[in-house]
Design a protein around this ligand. Sequence first.
Ligand code: NCD
Length: 306
Amino acid sequence: MKHIIDPLDLSVEEIDSFMDLADKILADPAAYAHVCKGKKLATLFYEPSTRTRLSFESAMLNLGGNVLGFSSAADSSASKGESVADTIRVVSHFADICALRHPKEGAPLVAAMHSKIPVVNAGDGGHQHPTQTLTDLMTIRALKKRLSHMTVGICGDLKFGRTTHSLLRSLARYPDIRFVLISPPELATPDYILDELREKGVPFQEVERLEDVMPGLDVLYMTRVQRERFFNEEDYIRLKDSYILDAQKMTLAKEDMIVLHPLPRVNEIAVEVDDDPRACYFEQVRYGMYIRMALIIKLLGLEEGI
Ligand code: NCD
């Protein structure tokens, strides 16, 4: 039984095979419509979500399976003081696989240690978000036709943004990737991730101004400032509009650069950019569902029967 807690729980070969399966599903969804008949996915979400939870649920429904779960801690026995360890022991009797999001870093790992079913980390605090990374990689591979030989700009809240942490650590394993990390110094990438990049010899630079580096980017990954992780509102207000990607800044970018964003967007991408053909963040959501279909099939060991 395999859990997906950290993006590095999957080898590059496994990720490639997930994406290959997702491509096959995309090409012929009907062929996969009953693969998960009789199987159940539990979505245990202790933190708000639109895309990730609905993406997991629609993935399971599209495979002919069923879903159950809760969408806030207040709706679960956590509000009565139940531990994640006890909740997963119980849910193991009701479902075949579970996606868990929690505000505390490490909660999905604790769940996995007590679970009889595969646990997928759907975001833990300001730590990791491996299935958003699968979504991001699948989108880059589909739109750029490669996952190597690229300069990738990651912009915004690189301190608390769990999607940026997982993406950096995963993409760093592909050949000839250079990172440009664009953030205010207060929201810079955590040292443990920079150390990982240094150990692997992956080139990166940390800068404050987006305009200066725009022309060299093949991918620009925008993120929102993570209000819920701040200790005080004043700091959030001061930093929240650090970056606003608008049509003017897009004129500086390559013609084939793509703009990604895990969403939700707040202010960091002006709505006028949505009409630019390089704005791919809504398409990204679609790839997210297909890669989660592939993930569910693989973790439930159902690929053989297809
Ligand atoms: C992200 C998250 O929850 O970390 N959203 C998502 O899952 N697509 C990004 C965010 O909330 O800013």
